[in-house]
Design a protein around this ligand. Structure first.
Ligand code: WT7
Length: 657
């Protein structure tokens, strides 16, 4: 099927379906039977997935849910996460298999086999022990995308220390808040990393975060030399190469309880201080390993897998580090940005390493659409066989573009819905089973019980919309918010009695398939109709000249809220997009696609959209622009000059009605 130019009808009337390729369906790791198996005995199903790991002591009880919403999975079981991710593959004779093909932004590379990873992780574990880190202590990790990042995480897991990775793009204030909340004893950082062709400092930010004794828990700072730039040295600092290189590469892992805290990862959320999402060892590793095997159909002997996320986000924790390594996969890690030194860098990496499975985000896909089809066309992407998407709803048009221009029309695209809190993928097609619809996350995975409910927690019928909830505990679920059980209960389990509310709106179509509609705060109320920003954005992106769109509700005296859209034209659209005619064409296009009620009051043609560092559109800022307010906090923006660019465009974007 090649229909990327076909105009969409309403999302719910989306008729395109992409069946699994015959060969994949025949050889898939997971077949349709898995759903039946899990329905018949959910806990038995998860116990069988846990059995794919190596346990030092088997569990007595699969799930203890006697004190909801505080779950205990694989009660009484003991395992070592790092052993499962590294040593057991070496013991199985796979020491020479590549764990990571690492590619630095400047073009330097490093290939790390499982045997080497075992030695590196053992040395780092011995180093942490020398610094006095013990089971249960917290270690903050603030590193660029270099091998020392997964090595540090695994070293913590190996000795039972709980890591808290802070994304390298965060400010000193954000780092300090997270260090203090977790009471980290050690910070692991680097002099800097490479981004957009230049060294970008990290150690200076750590110094700022730690200054004037503002982080009393921190005893030592370990510094990796990456860029070679000058750094200020402090008595508490120690170079990684001075400390780690001289350690023994032998370390015997100890088994920890299945519920031992593996890591804390902070999500910022819209209000209040960041929430430290706590994940524990056994259930988390079980579900990330299973989902990585099932959703990507991973064949560890032959696949080369690449997830383009930063390890500083949960996607990187679960699907660059823990899931792939638990499965013995060969992965690619890339340090830098997709446009350095040229806009084909990612496709060049896929060509170079013959990547077979690729996992990225809609925001990246839309950027590539904007840059133009001719860029990926210059590279050999024929090794690819499965493509994944995560982070936001994927607009059907972006899905079809991804399938066509990256997947050559032959690779299934799996749209995977999950959250930092869920720890692992929850709703997604299975590439060998599902005839996927572009833009739909489709069905809960085997062993996951999700539903779309109304205000009263009643399941909505097919064709209805409401709130996405999870009805049964799952192995990789967050166990609490670090240090704040009450906030955990209040944030996730109080909106609907006994149900986990994810914060997302969703629809179930006539076939019963699930479409995510974005955060519920992003639903607009226009003349009494609920309209999701995602639907209008997808309608706009289905126009052949539109690369990306963001939609917000702006207060309107007549309709309550009115729809305001910000649109980035496609690279190939050229001059035609400047005039009034183009805006009128787009408004008509939305009216035709979704109905006249969804016609935007105003459309602004802009060069960029404001995004968080994890790639989510900051609608709050756009709402401020739409309502002519002064801008709120822009500190989490990737690039605050974007808002100036949008402001500069304002005069040409006058209301249409
Ligand atoms: C929120 C969670 C999960 C890793 C990255 C984000 C949105 C995520 C999808 C998807 C529609 C999605 C949701 C969710 N989201 N994936 N496939 N379709 N929406 O993790 O930062 O914790 O964000 O991202 O709104 O609640 P996160």
């Amino acid at each position: 099927m090649s229909q990327s130019q076909e105009t969409l009808s309403n999302l719910l009337q989306e008729t395109r379906r992409f069946a699994p390729p015959a060969e994949l369906a025949e050889t898939a790791n997971v077949t349709a039977e898995a759903y039946e198996e899990a329905n018949a005995d959910r806990l038995g199903f998860w116990a069988r997935q846990a059995d794919r790991l190596t346990w030092s002591k088997r569990w007595d009880t699969v799930l203890d849910w006697s004190n909801p919403p505080f779950a205990k999975w694989f009660v009484g079981g003991e395992l070592n996460v790092a052993y499962n991710c590294v040593d057991r593959h070496v013991e199985a004779g796979l020491g020479d298999r590549v764990a990571y093909h690492w590619e630095g932004e400047p073009g330097d590379t490093r290939t790390i086999t499982y045997a080497e990873l075992q030695r590196e992780v053992s040395k780092a574990a011995n180093a942490l022990l020398e610094l006095g880190v013990r089971k249960g202590d917290r270690v903050a990790i603030y590193l660029p995308m270099i091998p020392e990042l997964p090595i540090s995480m695994l070293a913590c897991a190996r000795i039972g220390a709980t890591h808290s990775v802070v994304f390298g793009g965060f400010s000193a204030d954000a780092l300090r808040t997270r260090i203090n909340d977790a009471q980290a004893k050690v910070v692991i950082t680097a002099d800097g990393g490479f981004r957009r062709g230049k060294p970008s400092a990290l150690k200076a930010i750590v110094d700022e975060a730690l200054k004037d004794d503002s982080t009393p828990s921190v005893e030592r700072v370990v510094v990796v030399r990456r860029t070679g730039e000058q750094i200020a040295e402090n008595p508490r600092d120690v170079w990684w190469h001075d400390l780690v290189d001289r350690q023994s590469d032998q370390h015997t892992p100890e088994a920890f309880d299945a519920e031992h805290p593996l890591y804390i990862l902070y999500t910022s959320g819209t209000t209040g201080k960041p929430k430290g999402i706590l994940h524990t060892a056994g259930g988390y590793l079980t579900q990330v390993a299973y989902t990585h095997y099932a959703v990507f159909d991973l064949k560890p002997e032959t696949d080369v897998y690449w997830c383009s996320a930063d390890i500083g986000w949960v996607t990187g924790h679960s699907y660059i580090v823990y899931g792939p390594l638990a499965n013995g996969a060969t992965s690619v890690i890339y340090e830098g940005t997709p446009d350095t030194p040229h806009k084909g860098r990612w496709w060049e990496i896929i060509q170079k390493y013959k990547v077979t499975i690729f996992y990225t985000a809609p925001t990246a896909i839309r950027t590539f659409m904007k840059w133009g089809d001719d860029i990926p066309a210059q590279f050999d992407l024929s090794s690819l066989r499965v493509l994944g998407s995560v982070g936001e709803p994927i607009n059907p048009e972006a899905y079809v573009w991804y399938r066509q221009h990256i997947g050559g029309g032959r690779c299934p695209v799996v749209d995977t819905w999950w959250q930092t809190e869920t720890g692992a993928i929850m709703i997604s097609p299975l590439p060998g089973v599902t005839a996927a619809k572009p833009g739909a996350a489709m069905r809960p995975l085997p062993g996951v019980v999700a539903d779309v409910v109304d205000d009263q927690a009643q399941s909505v019928p097919n064709g209805g919309g409401g709130f996405l909830v999870l009805k049964e505990p799952w192995p990789a679920m967050l166990r609490t918010i670090w240090g704040d059980d009450e906030r955990y209960v209040k944030t996730y389990w109080s909106r609907f009695d006994g149900l986990y509310f994810a914060g997302d709106g969703a629809k179930r179509d006539e076939d019963g398939d699930i479409w995510l509609l974005g955060r519920v705060d992003d639903v607009m109320l226009v003349s009494g109709h609920n309209i999701s920003t995602t639907e209008v954005e997808s309608a706009l992106v289905s126009h052949p000249k539109v690369a990306e769109a963001a939609v917000v509700g702006s207060t309107d005296p007549v309709t309550g809220q009115a729809i305001v859209a910000f649109v980035i034209p496609r690279g190939s659209a050229g001059e035609e997009v400047e005039g009034e005619g183009f805006v009128a064409e787009l408004r008509d296009h939305v009216a035709k696609t979704l109905g006249p009620i969804a016609k935007p009051r105003q459309i602004m043609i802009v060069p960029e959209l404001p995004k968080t560092r994890s790639g989510k559109i900051m609608r709050r800022l756009l709402r401020d622009v739409a309502e002519n307010r002064s801008l709120g906090d822009v500190t989490t923006l990737t690039d605050s000059s974007v808002m100036d660019l949008i402001r500069a465009k304002l005069p040409s974007a006058k209301p249409e009605d």
